[in-house]
Design a protein around this ligand. Structure first.
Ligand code: ATP
Length: 367
């Protein structure tokens, strides 16, 4: 296993890139600890697979360096990097049985027979396929095939990193949660460095200790699931994570106070007054409540999502969503809203602009 460092990594699929938009990956600096569980999360086309392929060695970056511990692996082949990869679709040998499929990566490296047997049985046990070891892979259900594919990625204990590229795409929705929690459990027991690529926030947030949120070739925020939810560094993260996403309302700032029309909005702390630009208030629907005295709004839509309702109301011409558990108002009714101050923040040009905001901002990222 290894610590992985990306230093000023950029990648373009064009022969002579010149403008930022010519790069599928803008300048990326990352450090991933040995044994950590990481997710790369972002919308389709944001560069997740490109980044994964640069780490695995399937592609060489146009610029920058990739290190495994202190070794520069930028120009090494996938084989030389000693990694395991699990793809969207199962990569298994249909004609072999489950045991031989799991044993294959070890036999390939000349591992001793007794060690192979022990490892195969351990992994089979972890993945709950022990009773299928003698079955031909061809006859397995799609989720068992993908489990087997994962097992082939996990069977070697000498790999630097195990990478998963949207591994649950082919799995039935009702089995997804099972495999998702299985993977988390596997990470906790074998402690390989793992990188999990997905565009699904639930998958990323359940699997990873740290989630790297990407958009248009850039890293927008790296944080724990709680940090991403509670303190999005950018309005993009606020929108992308959460259901519904964070409310973002244009506001004015007067003498350090955020104003929504004539109403002063209490925030989580003092704002960073050095930043100039488009000012907005960000507050998640979970922290918007219906109250007796507050900001005036008109109910536009109500959705029943089971355990609660999502009330969409208009503050002037701007929509705001509230997650609400009590009696529901009528459509068109005038209501009053309040935002929980400790979860309400100012964003300037999309970036969090509170005095204690982290400075992990992509210089060229604009949403
Ligand atoms: N082989 C290629 N040649 C040219 N452009 C490519 C190639 N592969 C990817 N791209 C472009 O690079 C950008 C990033 O693509 P990438 O596949 O890395 O994104 P992604 O986040 O993995 O998307 P998805 O979730 O859809 O797989 C996209 O604009 C894509 O069109």
């Amino acid at each position: 296993m290894a610590k992985i460092t990306l230093s000023k990594v950029r990648h373009s699929y064009m022969p002579n890139p010149s403008r930022p938009e010519d790069y599928a990956l803008q300048s990326i600096d990352l450090e991933w600890d040995d044994g950590g569980a990481y997710a790369l999360l972002g919308p389709s086309g944001c560069g997740k697979t490109t980044l994964l392929n640069l780490i695995s060695g399937l592609r060489t970056p146009s610029e920058g360096k990739i290190l495994f511990d202190d070794q520069d692996v930028t120009n090494l082949s996938p084989d030389q990097r000693n990694i395991a990869q699990v793809f969207q679709f199962p990569v298994i040998y249909d004609t072999m049985n489950v045991y031989d499929n799991l044993a294959f990566p070890l036999r390939n490296r000349g591992v001793e027979k007794s060690v192979i047997d022990q490892r195969v049985r351990e992994v089979a046990e972890m993945l709950e396929v022990s009773d299928m070891l003698k079955r031909k892979a061809a006859g397995l259900s799609p989720d068992n095939k993908q489990k087997l594919s994962m097992g082939r990625g996990l069977v070697r204990d000498d790999v630097n990193v195990v990478m998963f590229d949207e591994p649950l795409t082919v799995i039935d929705p009702h089995l997804k949660w099972k495999l998702r929690s299985k993977l988390k459990e596997l990470h906790q027991s074998i402690r390989h460095t793992m990188i999990y690529v997905t565009h699904d926030q639930t998958e990323a947030l359940t699997f990873a200790d740290q989630v790297v949120v990407m958009d248009r070739g850039q890293v927008v925020q790296i944080g724990t699931p709680v940090e991403l939810f509670e303190r999005p560094a950018h309005t993009f993260v606020g929108h992308f994570i959460g259901s519904p996403g964070m409310n973002v309302l244009p506001c004015d700032v007067k003498e350090g106070v955020a104003m929504l029309g004539d109403t002063a909005i209490e925030l989580d702390g003092p704002i960073d007054r050095s930043r100039q630009g488009k000012t907005e208030i960000g507050v998640r629907p979970e922290f918007v409540s219906l109250v007796d005295e507050g900001i005036e709004a008109t109910v536009r839509r109500i959705s029943d999502v089971g355990r609660h309702h999502v009330i969409e109301a208009m503050i002037g011409s701007h929509p705001v969503a509230a997650i609400h558990k009590g009696d529901i108002p009528d459509l068109g009714e005038s209501i009053k809203l309040s935002f929980k101050a400790s979860q309400t923040r100012l964003y300037v040009d999309g970036w969090l602009a509170m005095q204690d905001s982290p400075v992990n901002r992509g210089e060229t990222y604009e949403n």
